[in-house]
Write a protein that binds this ligand. Structure first.
Ligand code: RM4
Ligand code: MN
Ligand code: MN
Length: 432
């Protein structure tokens, strides 16, 4: 039934072989350059090798917009096939053994089988995600006017129960976190009473939080618009921080990079949440206008670097709670999801390693001396350093690919997948 991956370790090694010498040359050159700056390249390779980001199960199929979804041949049709593809992503770049699941999309009647299937592929389950932003076939009550914050207590109960199901399934799968994002909000002024809606939401969350397994964390994900276009119930990081604090020590805010107004200083939100001890997780993606869910680092790589600059600064100064849970949350509408996820995971490691290049002593001195030009130069010096040889060396040492996309394309994996996964009729619109 289930096929093993065709992108094997041996295949990757053979593909790497002709490029090893050139990589070593590039790496040695960079290591000498960095040594002049007092930076140990080997330490950075180790950090790159230790970096982890979870892959969203829903990101392995082709995504779509509200206008259309263009399926690609060979895309996974169920959670097992998604894990097959996730294994390929992980083998190529070696940073993504964790998988975030979304219920009911990934529902299975045999959690033990799913868990074993993941384990056999070197994967594990990271965070569960609930879905009360859509109605499922046969569902008694509708979420058209909200879920956890709905005016009708029966709808709220139904939404709570779905979240409890996520906790139960997640426990059977070995997950350790639960992420709640709701589509609740209003399309028109006056539609919703802002304070009462938030109270109802918080009450529902308290019930879910009360059922959270002892070693789990709960993440709440704010979003300022969409699908509600005028107001949302958990609209921004301030409201998220308030709710997380009301809930308790194991509730945290999750920052999805696409869930802020245009031009909002996201790195500063990150710093604030770190300072207040409530940054729990990330959904990485990139955007130009809204929640575009483009590949991480594709539109605003400097912003990504600045976000990691805050995270690394906190990590190096021993601030608790860092690193938070890193996850990708992207919609691959025009690319092969495997290629996008591999590329995105590499861009995150790039930003992370570059952030480690910041001369923090010098930066602090320029900040204290009110020297904005040199403060920015210090950041730019790190950001403009090409750390590609460090990233590739880290991948090779972990048995990954020097050029993951080239290796993937030469494997013919997608073509084989299209042969063993004949297309199924699916709706032509929708986010995933
Ligand atoms: C939302 C949000 C959630 C994700 C859904 C699919 O915009 O980012 O994290 O679960 O999309
Ligand atoms: Mn998200
Ligand atoms: Mn989103």
């Amino acid at each position: 039934m289930h096929n093993r991956v065709s992108v094997t370790d041996t295949f990757i090694q053979e593909a790497n072989a002709p490029h090893i010498a050139a990589l070593e040359e590039d790496y040695d050159h960079l290591a000498r350059q960095l040594a002049r700056r007092g930076v140990d390249a080997e330490a950075l390779v180790e950090r790159a090798m230790a970096f982890r980001v979870a892959v969203p199960s829903w990101g392995l199929g082709s995504g779509g917009t509200r206008f259309a979804r263009f399926a690609i041949p060979g895309e996974p049709r169920n959670v097992f096939e998604k894990l097959e593809d996730a294994e390929v992503v992980c083998k190529l770049a070696r940073s993504t053994p964790g998988i975030s699941l979304h219920l009911p999309w990934d529902r299975t009647d045999n959690s033990a089988e799913l868990r074993a299937f993941a384990k056999a592929r070197g994967l594990f389950f990271d965070s569960m995600n609930s879905n009360t932003f859509q109605d499922q076939p046969g569902q008694p009550l509708s979420y058209k006017f909200g879920s956890l914050s709905h005016t009708d207590p029966d709808v709220r109960r139904q939404a709570i129960d779905h979240n409890l199901e996520c906790l139960e399934t997640g426990q059977a799968l070995g997950a350790r976190a639960h992420t709640v994002w709701i589509g609740d909000g209003g399309n028109f002024p006056g539609q919703q009473h802002f304070r009462r809606a938030l109270e109802r939401y918080l009450d529902s969350l308290k019930t879910i939080y009360g059922a959270l397994p002892g070693d789990w964390r709960m993440f709440i994900e704010h979003k300022f618009y969409e699908p509600a276009f005028y107001s949302t119930v958990l609209n921004d990081w301030g409201t998220s921080y308030y709710c997380a604090r009301e809930l308790g020590d194991r509730a945290f805010s999750l920052v999805d990079l696409g869930h802020h107004g245009p031009n909002v200083n996201v790195e500063m939100i990150v710093a604030r949440l770190i300072q207040f001890g409530k940054l729990g997780g990330f959904h990485f993606n990139d955007s130009h206008y809204g929640d575009d869910d483009l590949d991480a680092g594709s539109v605003k790589p400097f912003q990504l670097f600045l976000i990691f600059n805050e995270l690394v600064d906190a990590e190096l100064s021993g601030v608790g709670g860092v690193p938070p849970a890193y996850m990708l949350d992207q919609s691959h509408n025009v690319t092969d999801p495997i290629e996008s996820l591999v590329t995105s995971s590499i861009e995150l490691v790039r930003a992370y390693v570059q952030a480690h290049l910041v001369d923090r002593e010098a930066l602090a001195a320029y900040q204290d001396a009110n020297d904005p030009l040199m403060a920015l130069q210090t950041l730019k010096h790190a950001f403009t350093t090409d750390v590609t040889p460090i990233l590739a060396t880290a991948r090779v040492r972990a048995s990954g690919a020097i050029d993951p996309i080239a290796v993937y394309r030469s494997s013919g994996y997608r073509r084989h997948a299209s042969e063993r996964r004949p297309a199924e009729a699916r709706s032509s619109a929708g986010i995933v």
